[in-house]
Each structure stands twice: as structure tokens, then as C-alpha cells.
Design a protein around this ligand. Structure first.
Ligand SMILES: [Zn+2]
Length: 247
């Protein structure tokens, strides 16, 4: 009955589909192509000090960018589920790490109100944990205070904006001792968000911290072929324009 009221839609182009995961067009061409273009994450201009490594399934560009924006703005769990499946595939292709815990990047209160209470990273983390045979941990890391949206800030300000913004729940910290943790988020831009989360998890005893995101946004340096100064440059169009990128 739910399927009749809310028919399944292709996660990439939003066309109504039957029982297939993607519509014939996207399934035949786009998804295969997008998978082949999977980015290698660590690169110049990204904050990775506290991360052992990070992975992304796609570049943050249309049609994936549009899908992520739809997921966030309309609370589309079907798109989040598809994203999580692609993240699992991406981890497998890249020879991703063995982890004990999957921790979603926590949303702040304002962010949750804006998202209409749908928490994409949390939804994805549950599927990732299931697929990786790891434990899902949603009560260890939390956002201690609301911060201005990352996509409104310069790359330099993105890091200072987040200092102290994430905290580990003292009563749960013991669960982290010696554990290998995978942080899950939707968009990876400068890495500031994942890196700040990893810093707190490590300080609380985690042995390894990895990151996985649905999509990697190009830094200004990557888009401009090295001409832009990361410290001052404006942010990727997609990151600012539609309010989708956070990291
Ligand atoms: Zn489609």
C-alpha cells in the first residue's frame, strides 16, 4: 500500500520506477560510470590529521549531488539507503578497513530541525554497520553546540568553526577503547568535520578512525587547477548553493 502512495523512485533521477533499484537509464549507464569514477579521498587541501583514511563512493556532482540534496531536503530514506549501499560497494572496491564500530557524524539541533528530523548519516550508518558486521554507535559522539553551517564558511574558518563542537559522551567513552571506528557522513569537502570527530574519538581511546562519505566535493584548488588559495577561497558551488555539503 505504501508503494502505491509513495511509488519507488530512482535515487539518481527521481523518476518513478517499478521494483528495480534504479531506473533503466541510470542503472544501465550512469551508475556504472559513476562507480568507475570513484574518487580517491586523501589529497592536498584536506584535513586528515586524525583520520587513518577516508573513502567516498562518488564525486559531489550531478546527478549524485541532486540526489543528496533531495535526500536532505525531503527526508528521503530511500535515497539514504541507496547511498549506503553504494558506500559499502566503494569500501569494498577500495579495500576498506575492518572496523568494530560505525559512528554517524552527529547533526546539531538546528540542523535536525532544518532536516525535518531525518538524519541521513545516521540512517546510512545503520546500513553500513549491518553490511560490515560492525556495531552501530549513535550515542557516543554528539554535537555539543550548534555551529554555523559549514558551507557558508571559508576552508580556514571551517576548522575553527568546529573546534569543540563535537563531544564524546563520558558514560559511553569506555566502548571506544582500542576500537577501530568508521565515521559516516553524506558529503566530504575539506574534511574538517570528519577530522574533528576523529580527533574526539581518538582522544577518548579509539585505536583507528576511518571515514566514509557518499560523495566527495572538489576543493577550490582542485576545481581551479591549483590557482585558488585554500585558506581564503570560496567553497564549491554545490556546497554553498544548495546547502547540502557540511564537511
Ligand atoms: Zn534514473
Amino acid at each position: 500500500m505504501a508503494d502505491l502512495l509513495w511509488p519507488p523512485r530512482c535515487p539518481l533521477c527521481d523518476r518513478v520506477v517499478g521494483f528495480a533499484e534504479t531506473c533503466p537509464e541510470c542503472g544501465r549507464d550512469s551508475v556504472q560510470l559513476l562507480r568507475r569514477q570513484q574518487p580517491a579521498v586523501p589529497g592536498p587541501g584536506r584535513a586528515m590529521d586524525f583520520l587513518d583514511g577516508a573513502f567516498a563512493a562518488f564525486w559531489y556532482e550531478p546527478p549524485v549531488q541532486d540526489a543528496i540534496v533531495r535526500m536532505k531536503q525531503n527526508g528521503r530514506s530511500d535515497i539514504a539507503a541507496w547511498c549506503a549501499g553504494e558506500m559499502l560497494l566503494a569500501l569494498e572496491r577500495a579495500g576498506g578497513p575492518v572496523v568494530d564500530l560505525v559512528v554517524p557524524v552527529p547533526a546539531g539541533r538546528t540542523q535536525m530541525r532544518r532536516r525535518g528530523r531525518f538524519d541521513g548519516p545516521r540512517y546510512m550508518a545503520k546500513i553500513l554497520a549491518g553490511g560490515l558486521g560492525a556495531a552501530l554507535c549513535t550515542d557516543i559522539l554528539y554535537k555539543a553546540f550548534d555551529t554555523p553551517p559549514q558551507h557558508l564558511l571559508s576552508a580556514r574558518d571551517r576548522r575553527s568553526n568546529l573546534l569543540g563542537a563535537f563531544a564524546v559522551c563520558p558514560r559511553r567513552a569506555a566502548q571506544l577503547a582500542g576500537k577501530r571506528v568508521l565515521l559516516a557522513d553524506d558529503v566530504f569537502t575539506t574534511g574538517a568535520t570528519l577530522n574533528e570527530c576523529a580527533k574526539m574519538l581518538r582522544a577518548a581511546g579509539a585505536a583507528e578512525c576511518w571515514g566514509v562519505c557518499t560523495a566527495l566535493a572538489r576543493t577550490p584548488r582542485e576545481r581551479d587547477g591549483g590557482k585558488a588559495d585554500m585558506g581564503e577561497a570560496a567553497l564549491p558551488d554545490g556546497a554553498g548553493g544548495k546547502g547540502a555539503a557540511e564537511g
